[in-house]
Design a protein around this ligand. Structure first.
Ligand SMILES: [Zn+2]
Length: 67
């Protein structure tokens, strides 16, 4: 009985570290996407709608009608 409890407590920190790094990666990705959308909409920079045009061109490349 105590052996199973010890094995469970040994594996918990490894799972927690992996979960922590996964959560940090997801948060970093969300921040990056938020920055890109804000950049595209002119909230961060007034460089135009580059991301929008890129996605628009991608739609045309796939043959999806949009006009
Ligand atoms: Zn179009």
């Amino acid at each position: 009985m105590p052996k199973a409890t010890t094995a469970g407590s040994l594996s918990t920190p490894a799972v927690s570290a992996r979960l922590l790094w996964t959560a940090l990666a997801v948060v970093a990705l969300m921040l990056l996407v938020t920055y890109l959308v804000a950049f595209d909409q002119g909230a961060v920079s007034r460089s135009g709608m580059y991301l929008h045009e890129l996605m628009h061109d991608g739609r045309h490349l796939l043959g999806v009608p949009c006009h």
